[in-house]
Structures are given as structure tokens and as C-alpha cells.
Design a protein around this ligand. Structure first.
Ligand SMILES: [Fe+2]
Length: 316
């Protein structure tokens, strides 16, 4: 695997010539060759089946009533991310009753779950080792329980706003790293780390590893947390799969390294924030962006903005 990302906290403001794509993406993105290809036929079948069979969708969501599994807020909300998702994890998987699992097995669920298991076996420890080398610390010590989520995304043209180009709003993932598999359709864009506001399209057939906030903090700023988004082409369906890996929930979000590349806030340096709390704060942001968080009147202040997250982490 190529090197992942080194955060030198530099911003390129001037250049005598236009920067190349690879210069703009330096330190932000790693492309990998997956050992197993995602079963996009099965994924399409599973989304189509759940949309056409609301009783099955309800039964699946009732297995995890806290958040649900199949999310279709984009059918009603034209301002949210215009996508459908199926969110799985080892915990959610264990809660799906056998009868529901059996009824969905032939509609794609079995192939999807096998793909995730194979991907975890093939890639997770390898990527953690690569990140540990960059960090100069053994990140596996904070990943003993493998806190993972598996997400299927359907950027379907039939949503509340079919003309919207907002597939997924710009954001940085909260965890350690995410592997994004795509069906060949473009749409994923990454913000150049040293040229904020410059968005670089990623080829639709690339499999990408992006690091998140927890990797940046645990590595003392040596690993770059990468903002990204998905632009939708009206009328074009796009499928993707994401494996999210995060530290264990009780891990303190503080550098595991002796020294740091960037200046962190007192809260971070004092180990006052744990992964569980940070995930909760970030989770509200992404559920709101995706249209899956109902807010009571006056509750919108509970959505922490980007600048506040940076203040929390960097203290300025
Ligand atoms: Fe993301």
C-alpha cells in the first residue's frame, strides 16, 4: 500500500503554476486494490426490495429501534443528503431476528454481510498498521474491540428533490479511517488538504481510504483528516459501500505520541474527551445532515458546527 497521509499543517496559498491533482491530493487519499469486490448487484437488489416492501423495511428497522437500519429520509426531505442508506454493524447484525434475516437473505443481505466480513479480515489490521507507522504509535491498542459500522449508500435519482446535486454534504468522518467502495459512477470529491475549498473528483472505480478526526488526534496530527462530499448527477443512480473503523468507545481522544505535529486544545491534551462522547456529538451532525434527526423546536443549537469541532480539537 502507498503511504497514507502526513499532516504538515501547511496551506498552499500561492503557486507559480497550477498544482497537479496528485499534488493537491498529497497526504489525503490512499487508493487500495480490494481483495473482494463489493456485490453491487446484491446491494441494488436489497435497496429495491426494501423500498418495494415497506413491511420488510419496518421489520428490519424494528430490529434496531434506536436508530433504524434502512434510512429513506431523502424521500421526504429535499434539503438533506439525497441518498438512502442501510446501516449495519456487528451489533445490529446480531439483533436481526433469524426469520427476518432468512427472508432478506436471498434479496442481497447474505452477500452484503459476507462482503463486509471478508473486507474486515483482508484490510482492517493492515490499514491500522500503516497508520500506526505514520503515527509513530501502536493504534491497534485503541482498537481492541473493532468498533465498526458498515454502510450501503444508494444515491438514487428518485428522491424529494430529483434535481439536487447534493448526494452527501461536505464533512470529515469522526473515526479512525473509512474505506469507500464505489460502483464505477463518479461523484465522490475530496477537499485538497493544503488548498481549502478546492474539491478534487475521485475516479468512480477507485477504492479509497480516508482518515477521520480520531486518527488525526491519536496520531498527534501526523495523519490528515480529510473532508469529502458526494455530488449527485440528476438522473444517475450511484451505489457505494463504506466500512467505518473507529477507536473503542472508552478510548481517550488524546495523542498517543510523545510529541505532536499540530497544537491541540487543552481538553484534547488533558484527555478530557472520550470516543463515546465525541461520536455522540458528531453523530447528531451527520444524522441531521442526512435528514434522520428530528429536532424539537429550539433544539437546533445542539448541532455542533464545523468551527466548533475545530475549536474543540485545536483550541482556536
Ligand atoms: Fe464520510
Amino acid at each position: 500500500m502507498a503511504s497514507i497521509a502526513i499532516h504538515n499543517n501547511t496551506t498552499i496559498t500561492e503557486s507559480a503554476r497550477p498544482l497537479t491533482t496528485s499534488e493537491l491530493l498529497d497526504g489525503a487519499v490512499v487508493l487500495i486494490e480490494p481483495t473482494v469486490q463489493p456485490p453491487f448487484g446484491a446491494i441494488r437488489q436489497l435497496f429495491d426490495h426494501l423500498r418495494a416492501n415497506p413491511n420488510d423495511a419496518s421489520a428490519l428497522n424494528n430490529a434496531y429501534p434506536k436508530r433504524g437500519i434502512f434510512k429513506s429520509a431523502a424521500l421526504k426531505n429535499g434539503l438533506s443528503d439525497q441518498k438512502f442508506t442501510i446501516d449495519l454493524s456487528p451489533t445490529r447484525d446480531s439483533l436481526i431476528p433469524e426469520a427476518i434475516r432468512a427472508s432478506l437473505a436471498s434479496h442481497g443481505l447474505d452477500d452484503v454481510l459476507s462482503f463486509f466480513n471478508d473486507t474486515v479480515d483482508a484490510h482492517v489490521s493492515t490499514i491500522l498498521s500503516s497508520l500506526s507507522k505514520i503515527a509513530g504509535a501502536d493504534l491497534s491498542l485503541g482498537h481492541k474491540n473493532l468498533n465498526m459500522n458498515f454502510r450501503l449508500c444508494d444515491y438514487n435519482p428518485v428522491t424529494a428533490d430529483p434535481t439536487s446535486s447534493n448526494g452527501c454534504g461536505e464533512h470529515t468522518d469522526y473515526g479512525t479511517f473509512s474505506i469507500i467502495f464505489q460502483d464505477g459512477t463518479p461523484g465522490l470529491e475530496v477537499e485538497a488538504p493544503y488548498a481549502p475549498g478546492t474539491w478534487i473528483p475521485i475516479p468512480g472505480d477507485a477504492t479509497v481510504v480516508l482518515a477521520g478526526w480520531c486518527a488525526l488526534i491519536l496520531s498527534g496530527g501526523r495523519v490528515c483528516a480529510v473532508r469529502h462530499r458526494v455530488r449527485r448527477t440528476p438522473g444517475v443512480r450511484r451505489l457505494s459501500v463504506v466500512l467505518f473503523v473507529a477507536p473503542d468507545l472508552d478510548v481517550k481522544l488524546t495523542p498517543m505520541t510523545e510529541d505532536t505535529n499540530v497544537s491541540f486544545s487543552k481538553k484534547i491534551m488533558g484527555g478530557e474527551i472520550d470516543v463515546d462522547w465525541f461520536k455522540d456529538v458528531m453523530g447528531k451532525r451527520w444524522r441531521w445532515r442526512e435528514g434522520n434527526l428530528e429536532l424539537a423546536e429550539g433544539e437546533d443549537e445542539s448541532i455542533v458546527q464545523d468551527e466548533e469541532i475545530k475549536k474543540l480539537i485545536f483550541g482556536c
